[in-house]
Design a protein around this ligand. Structure first.
Ligand code: ADP
Length: 258
């Protein structure tokens, strides 16, 4: 097994995950992008000695992609299990990243796995398979980003235990930057202070604000020697918006703070 990834706990999420796992309850991780959801699932899979299978959902992701399909190989037709079927059979953790992006038939496919039945119906084979006792379903969802666009239906949400991910506090976020990159604590503190400042500037109307991921990226650039102001501009400011006025205002602000 590979090395356990670094993950800094920011609340009771490890306990919640472990209890959900032990009770075989599906878990929904809610929160903005770059707040550590994917890293957390990876970390927990290691902690629980489980195999993790991740599917990054997009608008094309269908139940066939998850369940499986027939492939024609020469004169033969072969059935290939999809990631969901593999996880259900082998007792892995299946992580559906950005579940609301997927096609509606994906939600239908997981229904019977998210209630007491704990089974998967493979329509193309006419088979129903019982989930392995160690199987767990985890999904992530970004409520802010999907507002009014791709919501998760209440009837779907209520099938999950749900955990909210928020940005870490100052000290925890500095720890994350120092652990993830080669950066010194003083510079990490400056980056995190910049992030906190921008996150509070709600009047800018940014769709997404500075995530821990952006900070890690900027810190990496600084760590390998890119000048700090340039690293902050390309690592933090530019990815946030295309509005020239906002870019100028944020760049000026960051230049003063780094
Ligand atoms: P999400 O899945 O929420 O979009 P990720 O898990 O991909 O976010 O996190 C993005 C990056 O931010 C990670 O690769 C990691 O470097 C860093 N990160 C964020 N939160 C944490 C945390 N609590 N512990 C360790 N690293 C973190």
């Amino acid at each position: 097994m590979t090395k356990t990834p670094y993950y800094k706990s920011i609340g009771k999420e490890e306990d919640v995950f472990t209890h959900a796992y032990n009770n075989k309850l599906p878990l929904l991780l809610k929160g903005p992008t770059g707040t550590g959801k994917t890293r957390f699932v990876d970390y927990m899979a290691h902690q629980l000695n489980s195999t993790l299978i991740t599917v990054s959902c997009n608008e094309e992701t269908s139940s066939t992609d998850l369940i499986g399909r027939y492939l024609i190989k020469g004169a033969e037709t072969l059935w290939i299990d999809g990631p969901l079927t593999t996880a259900v059979k082998t007792g892995a953790i299946l992580y559906l990243d950005e579940i609301a992006e997927a096609r509606p038939d994906v939600i239908v496919a997981i229904h019977a796995l998210t209630d007491h039945r704990k089974e998967l119906y493979i329509d193309k084979l006419g088979q129903t398979i019982k989930a392995h006792p160690d199987f767990m379903l985890v999904a992530s969802f970004n409520p802010g980003y999907q507002k009014g666009f791709k919501e998760l239906k209440p009837s779907t949400r209520q099938r999950f235990v749900a955990l909210s991910f928020v940005y870490p506090n100052l000290k925890d976020e500095v720890d994350i930057l120092v652990n993830e990159t080669q950066i010194d604590t003083a510079t990490a503190k400056k980056l995190v202070t910049i992030a906190h400042k921008i996150r509070n500037l709600t009047e800018l109307g940014l769709t997404e604000t500075v995530s821990t991921r952006l900070l890690v990226d900027a810190a990496k650039l600084i760590g390998t020697g890119l000048p700090k102001r340039l690293a902050v501009k390309v690592g933090i400011v530019e990815p946030l918006t295309d509005d020239e006025d906002i870019i100028t205002a944020l760049t000026d602000l960051c230049d003063l703070m780094i």
